[in-house]
Ligand binder design. Structure first.
Ligand code: ADP
Length: 245
């Protein structure tokens, strides 16, 4: 797609559970390159939005475009094939497998024309992704021997190995100690500097304000603010929503 097209276009997205409007006509766009955060207090609709974006929920209304392509009705595997990468709030790695084997699974993304799919090049790609997150020396160790923080880095490496058009990070700082959070901040900045496009869903304001150039804020399922980070975080509606928790 032309580089002028935003990587992600969310248009009037709604998800209702019976009478509850968990997400209510939310629109925002994620520009190419850099980090965009979707934030909001507990119950504001972040997880529901993420589940709609990754295809786990069918929206009640609205549209999602990835790189200009309408993916609103795509199943999760088709979204992955179209270049939507993601990590999970609760880490999902194969514990008996090595870090490298886990990351190779990410490199095998179907439809990834850039990567030759033979075993040697998949492994080379996986090793490069592990090197990027600083864990190449432990590539052959089983995941069960990694700390929680390192498992999160392996999960990020797995998503990176698929060469995603957009990387969705679901609460990447959850469960990390302050040293690990600092390392994650540095890694996220390096990913942005590399030209990756990332959408972070989080309520950790420190992490978000340290790495995101743009923020969309939800409250009670509605968008209450959207724009450049420093400006958004000064808006009274945003301050009030967070103080009200
Ligand atoms: P957040 O991730 O911002 O904490 P959620 O998206 O989890 O918010 O929740 C938004 C609202 O939708 C909440 O009121 C929540 O109780 C409700 N909700 C979320 N998932 C479901 C579901 N599967 N069924 C019914 N209500 C839900």
């Amino acid at each position: 797609a032309a580089s002028a097209v935003p990587v992600l276009q969310v248009e009037g997205l709604s998800k209702h559970f019976g009478g509850l409007k968990a997400v209510d006509e939310v629109s925002f766009t994620v520009a190419r390159g850099g980090i965009h955060a979707l934030i909001g207090p507990n119950g504001s609709g972040k997880t529901t939005t993420l589940n709609v974006l990754s295809g786990l929920y069918t929206p009640t209304g609205g549209r999602v475009r990835l790189d200009g392509q309408d993916i609103t009705r795509f199943a999760p595997h088709r979204r992955a094939a179209s270049g939507l990468g993601r990590t999970f709030q609760n880490i999902r790695l194969f514990r008996s497998m090595s870090a490298l084997e886990n990351v190779v699974i990410g490199a095998e993304r179907p439809g990834n024309a850039i990567v030759a799919q033979d075993r040697a090049s998949l492994e080379a790609r996986a090793r490069a992704a592990l090197a990027f997150v600083g864990l190449e020396a432990r590539a052959d160790e089983p995941i069960s021997s990694f700390s929680y923080g390192h498992q999160r880095l392996v999960e990020i490496a797995r998503a990176l190995a698929g060469n995603p058009v957009l990387l969705l990070l679901d609460e990447p700082a959850a469960g990390l100690n302050s040293t690990e959070k600092n390392a994650l901040t540095v890694l996220l900045r390096r990913m942005a500097a590399k030209g990756l496009t990332i959408l972070i869903i989080d309520h950790d304001m420190t992490l978000v304000s340290d790495v995101a150039s743009h923020i969309t804020v939800l409250n009670f399922g509605r968008r209450i603010a959207d724009g450049v980070t420093a400006t958004v975080l000064r808006e009274p509606a945003v301050i009030e929503a967070y103080l009200g928790q």
